[in-house]
Design a protein around this ligand. Structure first.
Ligand code: MRU
Length: 347
């Protein structure tokens, strides 16, 4: 299966509409900025690295028809587009990282014609996507060295093909290990409330021929107690300078359970997911999402009284102390994290 979660095709940003999976596999062609913003907000495209690429092409969509008199006029419009896209979702750093890359490219080309600046922005968006493809493959390669033949891996949410351009981060490790002939079994947490694990991870792992078993989030402890988990591998939305990691709500639970059961707990992410300006996890802004995501089963059947109070953070923070290693596109990061994250990112 060679699918691309997001790409530029026929003058539009083409994404797989992830809200329709697994029932329907449907591509969406997005041709304007507002539709792209909505696709991000509504999780039609999701996952930190895919959000980076979406934001970058979003910038291009937002500026491609601007008729500007000069650079400062163009720049004012560009800044508006960037600030609009920044408001789509707050936690994944890749979105902001890509937007800043786009802004920097425009500034570099400030002496060129508006047409040249637009061309450079388009090229940068393509580069961001291509870099992700390579980074994910490197993550897979480094991570696979930590995995032994016959192991059982537990994961949460979807940090696979559907969260990146085409290979994944946490799931890249599994794909690479399989390519190397290792036999693995994967347990996927369903990932309440939006069921990225049940809907997306099982879908893509099955298509890739990986032995996958779905569990509800509350079953992870029992699975570990039964000795059925050898390693836990998760993705990340933002990693602070000290290693504290924001990822899908429920990740922290798995990290605590792993510590208790002495199971290695790995975070797989490209270096673009590290945010050195954030010192510790407490400073990371966690997205709060609508109550209906919790009170209705994937927006359909009600499963709770409509008037009930709801707490619905999309992510949680796993303290660095609970993370065995980071698997990045520049290699494995060991403790002490504050020193070694800096070394890896600057090196
Ligand atoms: O709300 P989502 O589906 O965008 O959350 C995604 C995650 O939490 C992923 O684990 C993370 O972005 C890493 S993706 C390689």
């Amino acid at each position: 299966m060679n699918i691309r979660t997001i790409e530029w095709k026929n003058n539009a940003v083409r994404i797989i509409d992830q809200t329709r999976l697994p029932a329907e596999f449907v591509y969406l062609a997005i041709k304007d900025l507002k539709s792209l913003w909505l696709a991000i907000k509504k999780l039609k495209v999701r996952g930190a690295p895919a959000l980076g690429a979406a934001a970058a092409w979003g910038v291009y969509l937002g500026v491609k028809n601007i008729r500007a008199r000069n650079f400062s006029h163009f720049k004012r419009r560009l800044d508006k587009v960037i600030s609009y896209l920044s408001s789509a979702r707050p936690t994944a750093i890749n979105l902001f990282w890509a937007l800043e890359r786009m802004r920097a490219v425009a500034e570099c080309y400030s002496k060129e014609s508006i047409q040249e600046i637009k061309k450079a922005l388009f090229k940068e968006a393509q580069t961001i996507a291509e870099e992700d493809r390579a980074a994910c493959r490197r993550i897979g390669c480094f991570g696979s060295r930590l995995i032994n033949d016959g192991e059982n891996i537990l994961t949460i949410c979807n940090a696979g093909i559907l969260a990146t351009i085409d290979y994944g981060t946490a799931l890249a490790v599994i794909y690479r290990a399989k390519e190397e002939g290792k036999r693995l079994k994967v347990y996927a947490c369903e990932t309440r409330p939006l069921l990225q694990g049940a809907r997306l991870t099982t879908w893509e792992l099955k298509r890739k021929g990986i032995d996958v078993t779905l569990i509800t989030d509350g079953m992870a402890a029992a699975l570990m107690y039964a000795g059925k988990v050898d390693k836990v591998i998760v993705g990340a939305d933002r990693i602070a300078a000290n290693g504290d990691t924001a990822n899908k709500i429920g990740t922290y639970n798995l990290a605590i359970l792993s510590r208790y059961h002495k199971i290695p707990f790995y975070v797989a992410a490209p270096v673009s997911t590290f945010d050195l300006r954030i010192k510790r996890g407490k400073e990371i802004r966690i997205e709060q999402r609508p109550a209906e995501e919790v009170t209705r089963l994937f927006f359909k059947k009600p499963i709770a009284n409509g008037n009930i109070k709801v707490f619905n953070p999309a992510f949680d923070i796993t303290p660095a102390a609970l993370i065995s290693n980071f698997i990045t596109d520049r290699g494995i990061i060991n403790k002490p994290y504050s020193r070694n994250i800096l070394k890896t990112l600057r090196g």
